[in-house]
Write a protein that binds this ligand. Structure first.
Ligand SMILES: Nc1ncnc2c1ncn2[C@@H]1O[C@H](COP(=O)(O)OP(=O)(O)OP(=O)(O)O)[C@@H](O)[C@H]1O
Length: 835
């Protein structure tokens, strides 16, 4: 990127010049709003007109009406959205090399015409205003260029080193319809340029610094007015294949990822109507970032989901200690889950064969009952074979919990029986291969009928194959239409649910059996204990790692078959005919919003953006990968901030998820969040966590050094490990920071203290937020208080990297509070942060 100081060469213009420039932008903005009002009028007229045409009632008129209503509706929605700073930029350009204009009415040349500058003097040939949406004047000249249009790219890309046609870049600050200020950067400071005969002035201290200096709130702002060149390269990178972005804390990875989503939609709205998924590590980061896309005029096509809410109906609320997270996230779980799914089904088998053994197994965990493993059988033809029966009947809502020990049927007037061993052998044979367990039931059913047919000896009576086939059909129908046979099947091969299997794994003895070659005994105990939380009902709280396991199990088990839902038309699809038209009212008036439908239904997206990618465990990569099988990808992250203990294992899973698509890599190098004073301190931890890794360069400095404070009994006392003393010191330091900054204060503690810290800090109001170290990921505050660095670092094998995250959250002030465990020196500097 071109550092701020290099791009900016302001001429400290007088107040009157500033006022005149603001006034001139105000005139332009007024013109834009007048044009927008005209467009709104046009849209309203179209709506009215369309309603009248609807009364004509011929198919042609209906088609025309619907197309008009649709277009007008889209228009109105966009124009009526309240944009704080609708128009935010301007570039003044030299004449282009060729005289061609693009569809937005702007010249397309990037390079200036020969002779555009002579003796360091030039004339401005074109002025473009950049905004959140493109607006054309009535004569199709561009009043505002959409920030994503090619003509707007020089606004972000031009630097004094490679200025192209840009002479001056201006950021316009406005509120509602009032222009408040302008900030200029001269790209060719040596050139004296004139516009309409007047010399071009440069106003202000640069837009980037102004943006970075503003106080933070609980939601992220877009950076559309000050995107830097290296960020713009990522945002506008071609969509094909995989775009990988690395960069240290505060380099704008999250901001860039969000702006890229908006850019891709602008570039190819139809393609991305297939949905863009943004995967975020925590619900806190989702809440922090989800306002950015609406502020860029994009809503509906983008789903921002936390890793713990990617599976429908699951919402992670519990936290796994690092040792358990390590087990659950590891790719070893793949094998274990396959075994558990088959084993859970087996519980019905051995139970049928040897009830004592099944009782023994279940008895280990008094809460576990067989019934809880199963879902109600799908009453809609989950098993196609069964629909061929002559009779239909309503099945019980749950299968019989105790699995049958044998199968007795009457066919062709004789009694036939399969005993426990025979049933067990049939089950094993049906389970061979890798097909999803729930989808193997028809196969098992066919194997049972084969076995009964063989036992009946009927085959021997027919030499003619046609007669034999007919007899076999009658035989099968006799059996399968028996209600008892259906009940047997429901009990013997029930439909397993992911939560049911996960709950079954809480039984340590069963888990030990399934994990024989995958986990050691200690791991089995830890995992089983943690899964007891899921409860036999499957309704207990889940952790973010459980959710990835549920998703894997969903694949292993196979989705329960449901009747296909009628397809809901996408408003952006082509209006292809009357069938589509008839759904217009439902689309717009009826029921859930498009966004809600996206959130609920999609499991396969057109583009997947992974934020904080360094934190995904192998199992989470598998989960996310399943949502982007046909997608293009943008993956942003920072290995130095990874809280996952085994990056190599995660890298393998990541490669599998991204597949063999070609990759394009970018690195972001400038830290826009932390002042140099804070970045320098954080770099000490980086050197311990990842020796040799480069910190990003902080773009500004505030002169405010981080403060060190001590948890001690009274002034000058020895460092204390007492919780009450820690509480008092934490509250006192948070209060001090509240007094020093206007915006937010984040207090970061070790994960096992977060509930405690929330209680301590609750009385301080909502400008203060208490966070466990893993929850701080991606967030930022005006001031941060990091409580006991050693406690955070010791909490997991990746603890130092987690501490690095905690130390890089502040935009202005940082306080580090040390307790006894931190071994602080007399000045309160903890051992970890000393030179
Ligand atoms: N070009 C820019 N103009 C103005 N602000 C910017 C710019 N780039 C980044 N920022 C600001 O810098 C801060 C850090 O950005 P962001 O959170 O996207 O960084 P990140 O790389 O995702 O950080 P982390 O890895 O720590 O999560 C945000 O407040 C963001 O708005």
């Amino acid at each position: 990127m071109a550092a701020h100081n290099a791009t900016h060469a302001p001429d400290h213009a007088s107040d009157s010049v500033r006022d005149r420039e603001i006034e001139s932008e105000q005139t332009h903005l007024d013109r834009v709003y007048r044009r927008l009002e005209e467009k709104i009028h046009e849209a309203e007229f179209l709506m009215d007109d369309a309603a009248k045409r609807g009364q004509v009632g011929t198919p042609g008129a209906l088609a025309e009406r619907d197309a008009q209503v649709f277009q007008a509706g889209v228009h109105l929605h966009r124009l009526n959205s309240e944009y704080e700073d609708f128009l935010f930029g301007r570039i003044d350009l030299l004449l282009g090399k060729d005289g061609k204009k693009g569809p937005d009415g702007a010249f397309t040349s990037v390079e200036p015409a020969d002779g555009a500058i002579e003796d360091n003097r030039a004339t401005i040939a074109e002025t473009l205003h950049i905004g959140r949406l493109g607006v054309l004047d009535a004569d199709y000249s561009p009043l505002v260029i959409d920030w994503r249009a090619p003509a707007a790219a020089p606004f972000y890309r031009a630097t004094p080193v490679a200025p192209g046609r840009v002479v001056r870049r201006r950021v316009i600050r406005s509120k509602g319809r009032r222009v408040l200020g302008v900030e200029d950067d001269l790209m060719r400071p040596e050139v004296t340029a004139t516009l309409d005969g007047q010399e071009l002035p440069a106003i202000g201290d640069g837009a980037l610094m102004a943006a970075l200096g503003r106080a933070r709130s609980h939601t992220m702002r877009d950076i559309v007015a000050s995107i830097q060149a290296e960020q713009d390269m990522v945002i506008r990178a071609p969509a094909a294949s995989v775009t990988e972005v690395e960069g240290g804390p505060g380099t704008g990875k999250t901001a860039v990822a969000l702006h890229r989503a908006a850019y891709l939609l602008y570039q190819d709205r139809r393609r991305y109507a297939g949905g863009i998924l943004i995967v975020s590590p925590t619900p806190l980061l989702v809440a922090y970032t989800e306002g950015v896309l609406p502020s860029l005029g994009e809503e509906g096509q983008v789903a921002i989901r936390a890793l713990g809410s990617l599976v429908d109906g699951a919402e992670a609320t519990a936290y796994d200690p690092p040792a358990v997270a390590r087990i659950k996230g590891s790719s070893r779980m793949q094998k274990l889950l396959r075994k558990a799914a088959r084993g859970a089904l087996e519980l019905a088998g051995p139970a049928a064969a040897a009830p004592q053994e099944a009782q023994g197994a279940a008895g280990e965990n008094a809460q576990l009952s067989l019934e809880d493993l199963f879902t109600a059988p799908a009453g809609n033809g989950a098993d196609n074979g069964e629909r061929h029966g002559r009779r239909t009947r309503s099945r019980p809502s749950r299968p019989t919990p105790s699995a049958p020990a044998r199968l007795r049927v009457v066919a062709f007037g004789g009694r036939l029986e399969l005993d426990a061993d025979e049933l067990h052998a049939i089950r094993q044979s049906a389970l061979g291969g890798t097909a999803p367990v729930n989808l193997l039931r028809p196969r098992a059913r066919r194997l049972i009928l084969d076995a009964l047919w063989a036992k009946s000896g009927a085959a021997r009576r027919y030499t003619d194959p046609e007669l034999a086939a007919e007899a076999r059909q009658g035989f099968d129908e006799d059996i399968t239409t028996e209600p008892d046979f259906q009940e047997f099947l429901d009990a013997w091969w029930p439909e397993l649910t992911p939560r049911g299997v996960l709950a079954a794994m809480a039984d340590e003895r069963l888990l030990g059996r399934w994990a024989r070659r995958t986990l050691n005994q200690r791991e089995v105990r830890q995992l089983a204990r943690s899964l007891r939380r899921v409860e036999p009902t499957g309704h207990g709280p889940l952790s973010v790692h459980d959710v990835a396991l549920l998703d894997e199990l969903q694949t292993v088990l196979g989705a329960p078959m449901r009747p296909p839902r009628p397809r809901e038309a996408d408003p952006l699809d082509h209006l292809t005919g009357l069938e589509e038209l008839s759904t217009y009212t439902e689309r717009n008036g009826g029921g859930r919003s498009r966004r809600e439908r996206l959130d609920e239904e999609r499991t396969d997206y057109a583009h997947v953006i992974v934020d904080e990618a360094q934190d995904l465990t192998p199992m989470q990569w598998r989960m996310v990968g399943r949502r982007g099988r046909h997608a293009t990808w943008t993956v942003v992250g920072d290995p130095a901030q990874s809280s996952w203990s085994d990056p190599d294992e995660a890298a393998v899973a990541r490669d599998e998820a991204l597949g063999t698509r070609p990759r394009r890599r970018f690195t972001l190098t400038v830290n826009y969040r932390n002042p140099a004073e804070i970045a320098e301190l954080a770099a000490k931890v980086l050197a311990l966590a990842m020796p040799g890794m480069q910190s990003p360069k902080a773009v500004r400095s505030t002169g405010l050094e981080p403060r060190f404070a001590l948890v001690a009994e009274g002034d000058g006392g020895a460092p204390s490990a007492d919780d009450a003393v820690l509480a008092r010191a934490t509250v006192a330091e948070a209060e001090r920071l509240l007094g020093e900054v206007d915006g937010t204060v984040g207090v970061v503690v070790a994960m096992n203290r977060r509930a405690q810290a929330r209680r301590w800090l609750a009385p301080l109001g909502d400008r203060v937020v208490a966070l466990g170290s893993l929850e701080a990921k991606g967030l930022e505050y005006d001031a941060t208080l990091v409580v006991s660095p050693a406690e955070i670092a010791d909490e997991s094998p990746a603890g130092l990297r987690v501490l690095y995250v905690a130390l890089t959250r502040a935009t202005r002030q940082l306080t580090v509070l040390s307790a006894e465990r931190d071994e602080p020196d007399a000045a309160g500097v903890p051992d970890l942060l000393r030179d």
